[in-house]
Design a protein around this ligand. Structure first.
Ligand SMILES: [Zn+2]
Length: 201
């Protein structure tokens, strides 16, 4: 396959692109230790979107692996994982970070967030959504304790590793290079890093 489009997403920013059925979406962590929130919306109907809860219940697993589809809120495949050079640590449980999350963490004043990045990306794409779906948190490391305790801990992903998905329908793909620098979501150093979003066909 050839690289048709390459979007360098600066730390804390977003990228969006329309992807045709059969094309591949590659999300790369160029410097390691950075989470990429991913959303997909059907191009012809943004009320159809990638759904964490429908994917978990259809797959009966917490995290999709190579070969698994990720499903829409209507339970149709939207993308399928075709390659994963990362350690396979991703999260499909947690919501995107949003302004209130930063307020709860003690941040005063404005802070960028993945939820707002999703809204900016939809505006940029000229599409309207009435819902803010939960993302597929690529490279996010969430541990589950014996009694169900959840913890967001530093990612395992190393520089240059990527996750690649095939589009099963024509879709709008959105990625946010998570701006979280308060919790350890993107590593213990509190730094945020870039993400590379590519379309292959
Ligand atoms: Zn985030």
């Amino acid at each position: 396959m050839n690289i048709l489009e390459s979007i360098n997403i600066a730390p804390g920013h977003w990228g969006q692109t329309r992807v045709r059925q059969g094309q591949h979406i590659r999300v790369t962590c160029p410097e390691g230790s950075q989470v990429a929130d991913f959303w997909a919306f059907a191009q012809d109907d943004p009320s159809v979107f990638l759904s964490a809860e429908h994917t978990r219940s259809t797959l009966e697993k917490l995290v999709p692996v190579v070969g698994d589809a990720l499903y829409s809120n209507r339970r149709h495949p939207m993308v399928r994982v075709v390659e994963d050079t990362s350690p396979g640590t991703h999260d499909f449980l947690m919501s995107a970070c949003d302004p209130r999350r930063y307020e709860i963490l003690g941040v005063t004043g404005y802070h960028k967030s993945c939820a707002e990045n999703l809204c900016h990306a939809m505006d940029e794409a000229g599409m309207v959504t009435h819902e803010l779906p939960s993302p597929f948190n690529i490279f996010q490391n969430v541990t589950i304790g014996e009694n169900g305790e959840l913890a967001i801990v530093p990612p395992h992903v190393q520089a240059g590793q990527y996750l690649e998905m095939k589009a099963e329908i024509d879709l709008l793909a959105i990625v946010s290079a998570c701006p979280m620098d308060v919790a350890k979501t993107n590593g213990p150093d509190g730094k945020i890093r870039p993400i590379l979003l590519e379309v292959l066909g």
